[in-house]
Design a protein around this ligand. Structure first.
Ligand code: C5P
Length: 217
């Protein structure tokens, strides 16, 4: 029996370990890794460069149309946005405006179409509305949970900031994002508490779930 390309959707709060798990899973399964947060981050960076208002939906859509998304070859192949590097996309300036940029329905619909195209041949796709809106029929849906303190500590390590600063920034962004896309597990999603498991254990648990969910019946 032929089956359509596998899509694994990973949702969860900022700092819950989504990217680490998604990249590990994609590498282990030989699939591309699509981090959709980078797409919104690049749009926020583009708006800053162009001095565009985060309230101007039309200008933001035009800027979004100018972004070029690729799957960079590697193990796993990963989404990259032409002309935007990690330092810019993870800067405090971008993180403080990305939620405002991402709240516009026209922008979200445009991003959603691009994300579906990027996942068409199968992918591990990560982001806060991926299992609920973008790929509601994904073969496997995982929702990552972690305590606020754990998320702040993880983010502080990644960004080399103090845990207090990182925690405050995460909470402010969570609160803004919640107004656009409430953070809750999609129907059929399996919840993994990454605070209780280490990185390797989280990956093992996710691989076990993927195997179980995709085994021929
Ligand atoms: O996942 P990450 O923290 O990189 O996402 C950055 C921001 O992009 C989120 O805070 C949210 O505002 C937006 N985002 C979104 N929908 C997605 C992925 C990210 O609105 N699927």
């Amino acid at each position: 029996m032929s089956r359509s390309p596998l899509v694994i959707a990973i949702d969860g709060a900022a700092g819950s370990g989504k990217s680490t798990l998604a990249r590990g899973l994609a590498g282990a399964l030989g699939m591309p890794y699509v981090n959709t947060g980078l797409m919104y981050r690049a749009l926020a960076a583009s708006a800053r460069r162009a001095n565009a208002s985060v309230d101007d939906e039309g200008a933001l859509l035009d800027l979004a149309r100018g972004l070029r998304f690729h799957l960079r070859a590697g193990e796993p192949p990963e989404l990259e946005v032409e002309g935007y590097d990690t330092a810019e996309l993870t800067s405090p300036e971008v993180e403080s405006t990305v939620s405002a940029v991402a709240r516009h329905p026209v922008v979200r619909r445009w991003m959603c179409d691009r994300q579906r195209a990027l996942g068409r041949s199968g992918a591990v796709v990560e982001g806060r509305d991926i299992a609920t809106v973008v790929f509601p029929n994904a073969d496997v849906k995982l929702f990552l949970r972690a305590d606020p303190e754990e998320r702040a500590a993880r983010r502080a390590d990644e960004r080399m900031r103090s845990a207090d600063d990182a925690g405050d920034a995460i909470q402010a962004r969570d609160a803004r994002d919640d107004r656009t896309t409430p953070l809750e597990p999609a129907p059929g999603a399996i919840v993994i508490d990454t605070g209780k498991l280490g990185i390797a254990e989280t990956l093992r648990e996710a691989l076990r779930i993927v195997e179980e969910r995709t085994a021929p019946r």
